[in-house]
Write a protein of this length. Structure first.
Length: 169
């Protein structure tokens, strides 16, 4: 038995409803808080809010309707792809969290985990194109938001920490 590309796209669509990304993000934040990693939990939360805010603002500014040939009916605007942004956000922040492995022997986990997360995010983005709810440009824009916004938040946090650390001397 083989599965067609459109069936695969629909499967991914139904397995990854928008709330699944919220659940995963909340679990990540909860685990960080439970592990007493408040700073990381705060950065994760700030990056999550900044990513969501960016997607919502871009959707309102561009107000691009969905392609008419979609296999499922969705009524929200389509630029950028929120699924692509959310999946890349989780891949980016997950890889960032993997990077805190202590033992040098376990560094391969960072690379393997990161590659896995980015492959899953890519499959989600491709499925959005396959089922016709997004164009490739909309998915690429979502990918860009999902990677660049969290990286910007992490970069700003690092600069603030460096400034705060150097000003105390």
């Amino acid at each position: 038995m083989s599965i067609s590309l459109s069936e695969f796209g629909l499967l991914v669509h139904y397995v990854t409803p928008p709330y699944i990304f919220w659940i995963i993000a909340c679990v990540c934040i909860g685990v960080l808080i439970y592990a007493d990693k408040m700073y990381k939990a705060a950065l994760f939360s700030i990056a999550l809010c900044a990513t969501i805010f960016t997607v919502v603002v871009l959707k309102m500014v561009f107000a691009i309707p969905r392609p008419p040939q979609a296999l499922v009916e969705l009524t929200s605007y389509s630029f950028p792809s929120a699924h692509a942004a959310a999946s890349m956000f989780l891949a980016t922040m997950g890889t960032w969290l993997f990077s805190f492995q202590k033992a040098k022997e376990k560094r391969w986990h960072v690379y393997a985990g990161g590659i896995f997360l980015f492959l899953v995010a890519s499959l989600i983005g491709i499925s959005r194109i396959v089922i016709g709810v997004h164009t490739p440009m909309q998915v690429l824009a979502g990918f860009a938001v999902g990677v660049l916004v969290p990286l910007l938040v992490l970069w700003i946090a690092q600069k603030v920490n460096n400034y705060a650390g150097s000003s105390g001397k």
